[in-house]
Write a protein that binds this ligand. Structure first.
Ligand code: PA5
Length: 409
């Protein structure tokens, strides 16, 4: 069942007339003939042994520790963090998931070690290439710390490595040390890896129903009506881009979606920002950020359009008590939040801001599977419409080389 809907509310958004071109790109993607399009059919191709293996290893990790440290950066951790935050964190009785290796701050890692000092930990290192500087650094520091805490043999039993099936230094080390390993398929890139073990294994440890998560994507990956929704969103974004808009402001009215915004920024920014093209993805948590950016949105330089991620039904709510005053007392806070969505959109419509609203029926594993797949298909089709390759990232090599030069490597 499709749980994601798109509407161009009270806005000046028009679909681009490149519909036929977008359909051709979609068909090309679905044939999975290009490099790095393995993600398109992957939800229905993921081997059942992989799912069983992840669940078994997750049970083992759960029996050993109360914290799982996930080391990874970009596409190798954001999906886990985003899904877990949207679901309200680890399920009761499951280890808390902590993240390292997503920055190079010595302060962060020193602090991190203090935080986990008295916990039972396991570690999941996720790196497709195996050589990413941030992950390598955090892995070596935390592994050393674990050697002191548990000794080398026990440490190896507490490490799970998710990496390329054959290549890279992490794969070599994992084979040598005998870590439990899972693969990120060669033809799936980091930011399109939401349904691979890199994201799903830590989710399984946190007690997320990964079967239902994959099913959300699986059931719509072959559904023409769902692809049409991805095309509609891509065609709307592309029309706005062609009309001169430079920034897409992704907005959500619930802080638990903040990391979905970060995941989306990475997906869009890295897929589309090349050859002097692309929409700059920004994100705002509302109503919080209306008190900092609301003024700019309403009256500032109109180089942006808005995409609102709107969760329709929430399974938790509070009733406003009498003490809030007669105008608010007795109301559902979620209903008031829904009115805020309408009110802000009405005000922004008066300012002629183009708006795309994505309605997400509820925030559960199944719907999140659909949402992530929907956003991946949108990024791929929009990139194709822009005339760039949405699956490479040649620009990120430049800064990496500069850092390597400075380090004398
Ligand atoms: O989307 C991408 O390709 C990147 O964001 C990568 O996921 C990120 O750079 C981490 O790479 P790796 O998994 O090789 O450590």
């Amino acid at each position: 069942m499709i749980k994601i809907n798109i509407s161009l509310e009270e806005s000046r958004v028009k679909y681009s007339d490149r519909h036929d071109g977008a359909v051709a790109f979609m068909q090309q993607l679905r044939r999975d003939e290009e490099d790095f399009t393995g993600w398109v059919n992957w939800p229905s191709e993921i081997p059942s042994e992989w799912m069983d293996g992840m669940k078994r290893a997750a049970d083992d990790v759960r029996s050993k520790c109360d914290k799982l440290i996930v080391i990874g950066i970009g596409g190798s951790y954001l999906g886990t963090a985003a899904v877990l935050e949207a679901l309200g964190g680890s399920k009761p009785g499951c280890p808390e998931i902590l993240y390292a290796g997503n920055n190079m701050s010595g302060y962060y890692l020193a602090d991190f070690k203090e935080v986990v000092e008295n916990n039972e930990v396991c570690l999941c290192v996720v790196s497709k290439s195996g050589g990413t500087m941030e992950s390598r650094l955090a892995f070596s520091v935390l592994k050393d710390w674990m050697y002191e805490k548990y000794g080398r043999e026990e440490t190896a039993k507490r490490i799970v490595a998710v990496t390329d099936p054959v290549k890279g230094i992490l794969r070599e080390e994992a084979n040598h040390e005998g870590y439990v390993t899972f693969e990120i398929p060669g033809n799936i890139g980091g930011r399109y890896s939401a349904f691979t073990p890199g994201i799903m294994f830590p989710l399984a440890v946190a007690g997320v129903d990964i079967e239902t998560f994959v099913n959300g994507a699986k059931e719509i990956a072959s559904d023409d009506a769902f692809w049409q929704k991805g095309l509609d969103y891509a065609l709307a974004r592309f029309a706005l881009y062609e009309s001169g808009k430079e920034i897409e402001v992704i907005e959500y009215y619930d802080p638990s979606l903040r990391l979905i915004g970060e995941w989306c920024k990475q997906l869009y920014g890295e897929s589309e920002g090349k050859e002097g093209k692309g929409l700059f993805p920004a994100s705002l948590t509302l109503s919080t950020d209306l008190h900092s950016m609301g003024q700019f949105l309403q009256e500032g330089h109109q180089i942006f359009f808005e995409t609102i991620f709107n969760v329709v039904n929430r399974d938790k709510d509070v009733t406003v008590p009498e003490s809030a005053g007669p105008d608010l007392a007795g109301r559902s806070l979620n209903d008031i939040n829904a009115m805020a969505v309408k009110g802000v959109m009405a005000a922004h419509a008066k300012a002629n801001i183009p708006m795309i609203k994505i309605d997400i029926e509820e925030m559960d594993e199944y719907t999140l599977g659909q949402l992530l797949y929907f956003l991946m298909m949108t990024a791929a089709v929009t990139g194709k419409l822009m005339g760039i390759d949405p699956f490479n990232q040649p620009g990120v090599e430049d800064y990496k080389q500069e850092i390597r030069n400075l380090l004398g490597q």
